[in-house]
Design a protein around this ligand. Structure first.
Ligand code: HMG
Length: 383
């Protein structure tokens, strides 16, 4: 029996900033951002969008009434929690109208947690083939104005419906998770921004990929030739490429180029959005599926998930016959194209706007799900 991704959608907030404008404002050569880091635009989240609205906006368009009645698990992976106790998935469960006899939980491990959620969901639907699970990755990546990580910010959510008859990607049992206790990026409770050791985070990301890729090849007796493409966690688009070149250094130039060509397709959306944290790998997967002209049904894909701290995982899946018919390519292109560009001054203002009811009321955000008020720390939403 198989299990995997049956439906797949992403949502990003309605504003963005051109990276060349940010570079000019910060007295940096724009090529550092567009080539050195590999980002063209950065998603900006207004105060009316939090991880719950981003998640709801990503999930709502793919759910039918039948899905709502058969989903038993709502798992939200995030590192931008809005509450230390109550899971955002519980609110999401209500906003999406999921049947009541379901589990709603939030998972945390930096950018990795949605991958754990996907694996838990896979095991659940294998044990209960008539039922479904909804896994959502939702985050707002913020490092602060003028910070070293500023050009690698972003925001958005990816929603995945997991079933035992997946129409997009059938997940295999081949996977290599990897945990090591390091401090490359972390956010102490109550702190608005993470503490980051940028160079160390780059090194550990690369080292984690090399480690899981080598272990995977030994454990399952597979080689790069078995794969049509690899998708990576994309904190900025140059990062996956660096890991790929390091991890595949022993491969022939032709093999490296074959995988690099697919990597370019996987980063098209991230170049326009930035880091989604938990959703970045899955935004890369969507970009790969919607932009690659050479992938076909039956192709094997490898996915590399990385969350600082750190947990990584290399896992695999196969494209299901007819998968192309279940992609939302036109809607995704429209979502990205219809965003409003902000000036650097407007971005800084949005970034610093305090979360008050007055500011929420004054917002011009017209997105379907949005935050409208916060009273006694209870969040109220336009549904
Ligand atoms: P930095 O110090 O601003 O940049 O930090 P740099 O000096 O390292 O330069 C970046 C690249 O631009 C270099 O290329 C330069 O050569 C190049 P590389 O050598 O690496 O290939 N460059 C130029 N290229 C063209 N023209 C120019 C030019 N100037 C320089 N004129 C850094 C960059 C990404 C470290 C910083 O933005 C940062 O700390 N970001 C946040 C941390 C991060 O994203 N780490 C990634 C790995 S960890 C991860 O993925 C987990 C994460 O998603 C969190 C989670 O799990 O929750 C972050």
């Amino acid at each position: 029996m198989t299990a995997g991704i049956d439906k797949l959608n992403f949502f990003v907030p309605p504003y963005y900033l051109e990276m060349t404008e940010l570079a000019n404002a910060r007295n940096v050569d724009p090529a550092k951002y567009t080539i050195g880091i590999g980002q063209d635009q950065m998603a900006i989240s207004p105060i009316t969008q939090d991880i719950i609205t981003l998640a709801a906006n990503a999930a709502q368009p793919i759910l039918t009434d039948e899905d709502r009645q058969t989903i038993d698990l709502v798992i939200l992976g995030t590192e931008s929690s809005v509450d230390e106790s109550k899971a955002a998935a519980v609110v999401l469960h209500r906003l999406l109208g999921i049947q009541p006899f379901a589990r709603g939980i939030e998972l945390k491990e930096a950018c990795y947690s949605a991958t754990a959620g996907l694996q838990f969901a896979k095991e659940y639907v294998l044990a209960h083939p008539e039922r479904k699970a909804l896994v959502i990755a939702s985050d707002i990546a913020r490092y602060g104005l003028h910070s070293g990580g500023e050009p690698t910010q972003g925001a958005g959510a990816v929603a995945m419906l997991v079933t035992s008859q997946p129409r997009i990607l059938a997940l295999s049992d081949e996977s290599v998770p990897y945990t090591q206790d390091i401090y490359d990026f972390w956010r102490p409770t109550g702190e608005p921004y993470p503490v980051v050791n940028g160079p160390l985070s780059n090194q550990t990301y690369i080292q984690a990929f090399e480690t899981v890729w080598q272990e995977y090849q030994q454990r399952y007796q597979k080689t790069l030739a078995d794969f049509a493409a690899l998708a990576f966690h994309i904190p900025y688009t140059k990062m996956g490429k660096k890991a790929l070149l390091a991890g595949l250094a022993q491969e022939s130039e032709a093999e490296q180029n074959r995988i690099l060509a697919q990597y370019e397709e996987s980063i098209r959306y991230s170049r326009r959005v930035g880091n989604l944290y938990t959703g970045s790998l899955y935004l890369g997967l969507i970009s790969l599926l919607e932009n690659s002209q050479t992938l076909k049904a039956g192709d094997k894909l490898g996915l590399f998930s990385y969350g600082s701290g750190a947990v990584a995982e290399f896992f695999t899946g196969r494209l299901v016959p007819g998968y192309q018919e279940h992609l939302l390519t036109d809607a995704h292109e429209a979502l990205l194209a219809n965003r409003q560009a902000l000036s650097v001054a407007a971005y800084e203002e949005v970034f610093q706007t305090p979360l008050t009811n007055e500011n929420l009321t004054a917002s011009t955000d017209t997105t379907a799900f949005r935050l409208t008020a916060v009273n006694d720390h209870i969040r109220y939403y336009q549904e």
